[in-house]
Design a protein around this ligand. Structure first.
Ligand code: ADP
Ligand code: MG
Ligand code: ZN
Length: 501
């Protein structure tokens, strides 16, 4: 059964409504062990090999808090300009779900470890939006269900389901914004930029892999609309499953157009969770949203409260790295980049790689050009992140050095990079194996030039008669004979010299 969903034209949505956003981001911490037990957290292990009585919720087992996870939570809170609680507790959030073995999630409720912060988000055109952060709290991840036998991988239509508890108990930090208002037509862009900025910040803090594709960073996007001048917010929906930055933007935009059509038609919005469908870019209704009363939260009796001393908090503050926004500003000055150049660099995810290439001896301009253009294209072709290409900053710096000292032309340099990407070894090895050195030895070039002139006597005659433009054909022949490894400018000089030019 297909139902057509009415959507309102985006410009009309903006003319009539103001969007309100709320973003909940879950981050899986990259601690070695789980939140409340010593089980390893490595991604991709054989199902149910990283479990123990505690994370399986067996009777009589007792949790113990992972100190590193608390430390990460505090550092995240500080980086988000939050206050750090003097005293806080864990709470049980009770609900049944097969991938949650205890039938409650150990989380934090009204006593989060960090609260009342903000994060400045720079949009593509340089406008800065300050997003208020309501809280960052600690909790544990659930296991994973695998629905087998159906066409969609969803539970509906599946023959049976398998459960993997390896992920159950992995430390999570949930970061929740206050309602984000006043962004108007830029709401979808703000949502994407916020998640991107948060991701970069968490990466700089080195607390998580922040891989949206692997689920170590997950975003739920709450969206509501209010008529202009309405006294209060409208009803929100919460879209889950948004697992790329692009999807965050698309999901928000889609929800705005869907909700607007419903509201304009006199309908009302159901407070529910929705799922984002990557393929169609649409959302589909999920479960009716519980209210917090439904969860019967109560303080976790098996864990002691956490009271981070102010000393500890201040010590952790000194471990904060240079924040991405400040770093970008410094880099922009050091490398004399225009705003646009900086933006391209950031959008390509190339800042760290270029910096490492510069550290390895390359000029900033060359390093930037390689990563932002040729290597970005290669990453694109392979559908991987730039950082996942099998080439190191040191290797790129070496290729740049070979071009600088005249051993390689730009074209040959690209072939060397192709060789490195194909696993043929270090740049110098690729040069040797593929025989890619520039033919800079004039005697070899003279020979090739003489041969080409002899093969095309009529052209040679024209050049001798002063028709210098005809030299192009001979240059082409020499380049072909040297497999493109000659410097075309030098070849032209030699041809003219031979023809008495
Ligand atoms: P829940 O437990 O339902 O997920 P949370 O408080 O964890 O609730 O998160 C709700 C998110 O939605 C927060 O970011 C909050 O600021 C935001 N929010 C609250 N009300 C609205 C609204 N009417 N429209 C859009 N976002 C909202
Ligand atoms: Mg929530
Ligand atoms: Zn365990």
């Amino acid at each position: 059964m297909t139902t057509t969903v009415a959507l309102m034209d985006y410009a009309d949505v903006i003319a009539r409504f103001d969007p309100v956003l709320g973003l909940e981001v879950h981050v899986e911490l990259s601690t070695n062990t789980k939140m409340f037990c010593g089980c390893p957290t490595v991604f991709g292990g054989e199902p149910n090999t990283q479990v123990c009585p505690t994370c399986l919720g067996l009777p009589g087992s007792l949790p113990v808090v992972n100190e590193i996870a608390v430390e990460s939570a505090i550092r995240i809170g500080l980086a988000l300009n939050c206050e750090i609680a003097e005293w806080c507790r864990f709470a049980r959030k009770n609900y049944f779900y097969p991938d949650m073995p205890k039938n409650f999630q150990t989380s934090q409720y009204d006593e989060p470890i960090a609260f009342d912060g903000w994060l400045d988000v720079t949009l593509d055109d340089g406008e800065v939006v300050r997003v208020q952060v309501e809280r960052a709290h600690m909790e544990e991840d659930t296991g994973k269900s695998l629905h087998v036998g159906g066409a969609t991988g969803r539970i509906h239509g599946a023959d049976y389901s398998l459960l993997d508890y390896n992920r159950a108990g992995v430390p999570l930090i949930e970061i929740v914004t206050k309602p984000i208002t006043g962004t108007g037509e830029r709401a979808p862009e703000v949502a994407r930029a916020y998640v991107a900025t948060l991701r970069d910040l968490l990466k700089a803090l080195d607390v998580s892999d922040v891989r949206m594709d692997q689920g170590s960073l997950r975003c739920d996007a709450n969206v509501s609309l209010m008529e202009k001048d309405a006294p209060e917010f409208g009803t929100r929906t919460e879209t889950k499953n948004v697992n790329s930055l692009r999807s965050v933007e698309r999901a928000v935009r889609y929800e705005m157009t869907r909700q607007a059509a419903l509201l304009a038609d006199g309908g009302s919005i159901l407070q529910e969770t929705r799922h984002f469908e990557e393929a169609s870019g649409t959302t589909r209704g999920g479960r009716r949203k519980e209210t917090s009363e439904d969860y019967r939260y109560f303080p976790e009796p098996d864990l002691v409260p956490i009271a981070p001393s102010r000393d500890w908090v201040e010590r952790l503050r000194t471990t904060l790295p240079e924040m991405p926004a400040a770093r970008r500003k410094r880099i922009q000055e050091e490398w004399s980049l225009t705003d646009l150049e900086l933006r391209d660099l950031v959008n390509a995810g190339a800042v760290d790689l270029v910096a490492a290439t510069v550290d390895a001896g390359a000029s900033a301009a060359e390093a930037r050009s390689w990563w932002v253009s040729y290597l970005s294209q290669q990453a694109n072709n392979r559908s991987v992140e730039l950082g996942e290409l099998p080439i190191t900053a040191g290797q790129v710096a070496r290729v740049i050095a070979l071009v600088a000292d005249g051993s390689l032309t730009n074209k040959l340099a690209r072939e060397v990079v192709d060789g490195v990407l194909a696993g043929e070894g270090e740049p110098d090895e690729v040069v040797d194996r593929r025989g890619l050195k520039v033919v800079s030895d004039d005697s070899a070039l003279y020979a090739a030039v003489d041969e080409a002139l002899a093969a095309q006597p009529d052209v040679a005659e024209k050049i001798r008669d002063g028709k210098v433009a005809a030299a192009g054909a001979i240059v082409g022949a020499v380049m072909k004979a040297t497999k493109g490894q000659a410097d075309a400018k030098r070849v032209r000089e030699l041809i003219l010299e031979r023809c008495g030019g």
